[in-house]
Design a protein around this ligand. Structure first.
Ligand SMILES: *[C@@H]1O[C@H](CO)[C@@H](O)[C@H](O)[C@H]1NC(C)=O
Ligand SMILES: *[C@@H]1O[C@H](CO)[C@@H](O)[C@H](O)[C@H]1NC(C)=O
Ligand SMILES: *[C@@H]1O[C@H](CO)[C@@H](O)[C@H](O)[C@H]1NC(C)=O
Ligand SMILES: *[C@@H]1O[C@H](CO)[C@@H](O)[C@H](O)[C@H]1NC(C)=O
Ligand SMILES: *[C@@H]1O[C@H](CO)[C@@H](O)[C@H](O)[C@H]1NC(C)=O
Length: 454
């Protein structure tokens, strides 16, 4: 789901709403810990559907949309209507009602559209309910025996791609596979600007409490940093309710085949979301545990107490590709909700030039386009002294067809902006297809394990 607009805890400019100023925690020394000994997961649920999005290019183009808007461009990019941006869904029940939900490590709220919601487009115009393309008519709070409203507060979230939701908040039992969390705080939005896929009805957010989006106001338009009421996201609730013996959740995101991405079949084999330990897929002996980087609210780089955690941000020592090893300034987040890798302009430009034939920047779309049969240069991500490699199959994605019906492909590595410390870069599914990422939000550590080739 990518980068969220979040509120500044301390607004230096006095504005009630602005982009958060992210400051990297200063690492005193290259930090890496002995790989955590990870137990097998207690609960694992399959990712069951990879859903090419016919209607919108939500996750994959989030950053690009923002950019073209900033440049005064249209919010529709040239690849609109293509099939490449996938999402990882899992089945869940909320108050006994069944939904398919997006699994997102790049945000923290779990929400489900409430029955009777009002649908809007991204420009805030009311549109028919069907336009939001949820997979169900929505959550019926009255039909849940366990739903309890949270009076006088509001849910209000805007995702990096411009989708936004607001409405009431409540508590209910959320069950995913064998994991059942009682009284989980959830958003039950009634105003939804959502570009759905006809399958999902909401989202499970797995990042940190400070990134949650509930505010102490009955009027959602009055949401601000001052009235934010942070709460435990789903997995931290599971930990505090002792539903898992170990505070790990783990994702293994399988890549679909090129043909599947292009042709949109149901894919039943897309990996696992696991709780309590490492996801059950074959791995090789490259593993590292690294601390998650926090952010300072005051602008002061902070190493310890006082730094706030929002995303699963990791420090990268180097991006390696033929002829280059680039130590970045800005750190990426690990985000299951974003399809592509968004790297610095410098790395993106240099790496994309190494395809044979080279990828080229389509200025209108703001996208690096590449021949579908190009030879892919190797790409490694060095974290905590270990280099994790990205399979060539992840670096070329079908992205629709041109006027003559030929398939257009894009590079898996796209421009996320200049390499500065306060820019948020993204290691999305292109990277995550190659590792098992096991998150420990209690210790603020991540263990990455290279997957066996598949
Ligand atoms: C997910 O839910 C759908 C609809 O309820 C069902 O058809 C499907 O079998 C479920 N998948 C799994 C893996 O449980
Ligand atoms: C909610 O707000 C109303 C009106 O201000 C007030 O009467 C009520 O007591 C509040 N409820 C709670 C649970 O705070
Ligand atoms: C909301 O704000 C009111 C008044 O400022 C306060 O009394 C109340 O405890 C707050 N509610 C929550 C849930 O924080
Ligand atoms: C969310 O809050 C902001 C102010 O912080 C407001 O501008 C926006 O309209 C709100 N969104 C919704 C959908 O209410
Ligand atoms: C790659 O595809 C292009 C058309 O996009 C074609 O002209 C070219 O011959 C192909 N090259 C190889 C090596 O298959």
């Amino acid at each position: 789901m990518g980068v969220l607009t979040v509120f500044v805890a301390l607004s230096l400019l006095g504005a009630t709403r602005s982009e958060y100023t992210f400051v990297r925690r200063v690492s005193l020394a290259p930090r890496s810990l002995e790989p955590a000994v990870l137990p097998a997961a207690e609960f694992a649920v399959p990712f069951t559907a990879k859903t090419p999005r016919r209607k919108s290019k939500k996750t994959a183009l989030a950053a690009l949309r923002g950019k073209s808007r900033a440049l005064g461009g249209s919010s529709t990019v040239a690849v609109d209507g293509s099939d490449f941006d996938d999402e990882y869904l899992t089945n869940a029940t909320i108050g006994g009602q069944h939904f398919s939900l997006i699994v997102d490590t790049g945000s923290s709220d779990t929400w489900v559209a409430q029955r009777g919601f009002n649908c809007f487009d991204l420009d805030e115009n009311p549109v028919p309910e069907a336009t939001c393309a949820f997979g169900t008519p929505g959550f019926n709070t009255a039909a849940s025996k366990t739903f309890q409203p949270f009076p006088n507060v509001s849910f209000n979230i805007t995702y990096g791609d411009g989708e936004f939701l607001s409405g009431p908040v409540g508590f209910d039992t959320v069950t995913i596979g064998g994991l059942s969390v009682a009284r989980q705080e959830i958003g039950v939005p009634t105003l939804t600007a959502w570009e759905g896929d006809g399958i999902n009805t909401g989202l499970i957010g797995l990042a940190f409490p400070d990134l949650t989006s509930v505010y102490n106001t009955t009027d959602p338009t009055k949401a601000s940093a001052e009235n934010q009421i942070p709460y435990n996201p789903l997995f931290l609730s599971a930990v505090s309710q002792k539903k898992v013996a170990h505070p790990f959740f783990s994702v293994a995101l399988d890549r679909g085949t090129f043909d599947q991405q292009e042709n949109d079949p149901f894919d039943p084999n897309l990996g696992f979301l696991a709780f309590g330990g490492i996801a059950p897929v074959p791995v090789v002996n490259t593993a590292v545990t690294v601390p998650i980087e926090g952010y300072s609210a005051t602008g002061t780089p902070s190493n310890g107490p006082g730094s706030d955690f929002f995303f699963y941000t990791v420090e990268v020592e180097a991006y390696t590709f033929p002829g280059a090893s680039v130590r970045p300034v800005g750190s990426p987040i690990l985000d299951t909700g974003t399809t592509l890798n968004f790297m610095s302009t410098e790395v993106t430009t240099a790496y994309n030039a190494k395809f044979d034939p080279p990828a080229v920047l389509d200025e209108d779309a703001g996208l690096w386009v590449v021949e579908c049969n190009a030879t892919v240069p190797e790409f490694g991500v060095k974290i905590g002294g270990k280099t994790f490699t990205i399979d060539a199959r992840d670096q070329i994605l079908p992205a629709g067809t041109d006027d003559n019906g030929n398939i257009i492909c894009i590079s898996g590595t796209q421009d996320g902006g200049p390499d500065v410390a306060d820019n948020i870069f993204i290691l999305g599914d292109v990277f995550l297809h190659n590792v098992v990422a096991t998150f420990n939000p209690v210790a603020a550590e991540i263990t990455l394990t290279q997957r066996a080739k598949y």
